[in-house]
Ligand binder design. Structure first.
Ligand SMILES: [Zn+2]
Length: 246
């Protein structure tokens, strides 16, 4: 599978970075993890077939992870009328809000025969001929609202997206699977805690490579570089348009 990072900023975009968005190409299909960027523009820029997009997955309901879904779904609804997509939300209220916004702005309901809005729970597993995706609950939004990391498997390779985690990692929601399995790539946010909060977890991490994204404030880029040679796995900083091939 190939993962292209279309948005690597934290909750606020910068001149160089869109908000969280990753495109996964596996088999003949395209999947998205979060949509903080304009999906349609990024696909067109790269010459990708829009009808190859099969699923949009989200890690949680914050706007910097879902606003791109509104535009993309709206266009599938009224313009790209031969296309179908599944959109996976983590909360029914966010799904309903997107549905209602499309109705209010376009005047027509989301066509459920082509556009499926699905609200997942922690036991959700997506599987087709290309990928398997499962959820790792985390505490980014506390106990009141759900939030997840996503484990994506394709062709024997595994990539884990941390999602957003708890402030200061105080809820100890660093994915336990990283100490148990040799995951090929771990994509970790770095907005809600510092490298020093992660050190005990990095010491037990068996991932083959770690990629930092969602980094804030900018001073943490230097913190990442300072530890980048301390581990047996590679430590990297993601920028928009970076690709990982697994
Ligand atoms: Zn968030």
């Amino acid at each position: 599978m190939k993962i292209t990072f279309l948005g690597t900023s934290h909750g606020v975009p910068s001149a160089e970075r869109h908000c969280s968005c990753a495109m996964i190409e596996a088999g003949d299909a395209i999947y998205f993890i979060d949509a903080g960027a304009s999906i349609i523009e990024e696909l067109l820029k790269r010459g990708k077939d829009i009808d190859k997009v099969r699923c949009l997955f989200t890690t949680h309901g914050h706007g910097d992870h879902i606003y791109g879904i509104i535009q993309f779904t709206d266009l599938i609804n009224w313009y790209y009328t031969d296309y179908s997509i599944n959109v996976y939300f983590t909360e029914q209220s966010v799904s309903d809000a997107v549905n209602n916004l499309i109705l209010a702005t376009s005047g027509s309901k989301v066509k459920e025969s082509r556009i499926k809005f699905i609200t997942v729970d922690k036991d959700f597993v997506y599987e087709d001929e290309n990928i398997r995706l499962s959820l790792i609950p985390n505490m980014h939004l506390g106990t009141a609202r759900p939030s997840y990391g996503l484990l994506v498997e394709s062709d024997g390779k595994k990539i884990l997206f941390s999602g957003d985690l708890s402030r200061g990692l105080k809820e100890k929601d660093f994915p336990a699977i990283l100490a148990e399995e040799s995951i090929d790539a771990f994509v970790c946010e770095l907005a809600h805690f510092g490298i020093s909060d992660m050190l005990p977890y990095l010491d037990t991490c068996k991932a083959k490579s770690v990629y930092f994204t969602h980094v804030a404030p900018d001073s943490k880029f230097e913190d990442i570089k300072a530890i980048s040679n301390d581990y047996s796995f590679s430590v990297n900083i993601l920028s928009d348009s970076d690709e990982i091939e697994l």
